[in-house]
Design a protein around this ligand. Structure first.
Ligand code: ADP
Ligand code: ZN
Length: 214
């Protein structure tokens, strides 16, 4: 049973790395605060309505709302039995301190990716309009240019409107500013572990076990 935090900039590949961890720990509960907020927004729950304005502007939802939501999730029986991967939380130092009062944590995995690769991953991503298969202009193009590998449809690279270079630089700067004190906090606790995340898809089960100390 493991209690993990996945930490890293946008584009670090937290989702991919979570799937890798689940190959070794299939029952661990993946808790993504972004996913929970989006789900609540879609279902128009009271929590979703509280979070909406902030999410629309790309701002953080206030700590008290976010912390209560995470506390509620972390104190359920499935999490107590199987452990958790926290993804997207803590994002502020107050969230980190609140988390210490909610539960123990075994490891914070800091996913490290060079900035130029993050830019390529995010600015180059696109999907097949027909089957939604994901591609990347720089790192993962289709086998035949302009044709989807999966369904054979014609595809062409189109940038998402919120993925331009300027806004991405701002997001990365904001991440680094917030991340510093959080990284320091967990380093002092002695549970910080850096992971080179340039190519997590190449990790074997043995690599993952080594990272998780199991
Ligand atoms: P992104 O990488 O686009 O920020 P997320 O999926 O992690 O995506 O989060 C989506 C939105 O949910 C954020 O922009 C923010 O409004 C809210 N959110 C997620 N996690 C937190 C958190 N720990 N604290 C505050 N707000 C959060
Ligand atoms: Zn396709």
């Amino acid at each position: 049973m493991k209690k993990l935090i996945l930490f890293g900039p946008p584009g670090a590949g937290k989702g991919t790395f979570s799937s890798q961890i689940r190959k070794v720990l299939p029952d661990i509960i993946h808790i993504s605060t972004g996913d929970i907020f989006r789900e609540n927004l879609k279902n128009e729950t009271p929590l979703g309505l509280k979070a909406k304005g902030y999410m629309d502007k790309g701002e953080l939802v206030p700590d008290d709302v976010t912390i209560e939501m995470v506390r509620d999730r972390l104190t359920r029986e499935d999490v107590k039995a199987e452990g958790f991967i926290l993804d997207g939380f803590p994002r502020t130092i107050s969230q980190a301190k609140a988390l210490t009062n909610i539960t123990e944590v075994d490891l914070l995995l800091l996913l490290e990716v060079p900035r130029d690769l993050i830019m390529k991953r995010i600015l180059g991503r696109y999907a097949c309009p027909n089957c939604n298969k994901l591609y990347n202009k720089y790192t993962l193009p289709p086998k035949v240019e302009g044709i989807c590998d999966a369904c054979g449809s014609e595809i062409k690279f189109e940038q998402r409107s919120d993925d331009n270079e300027e806004t991405l630089k701002n997001r990365l700067d904001a991440y680094e500013k917030n991340a510093k004190p959080i990284i320091k906090y967990y380093k002092k606790m002695g549970i910080l572990k850096k992971v080179n995340a340039e190519n997590t898809l190449k990790f074997t089960e043995k690599d993952i076990k080594e990272i998780l100390n199991i």
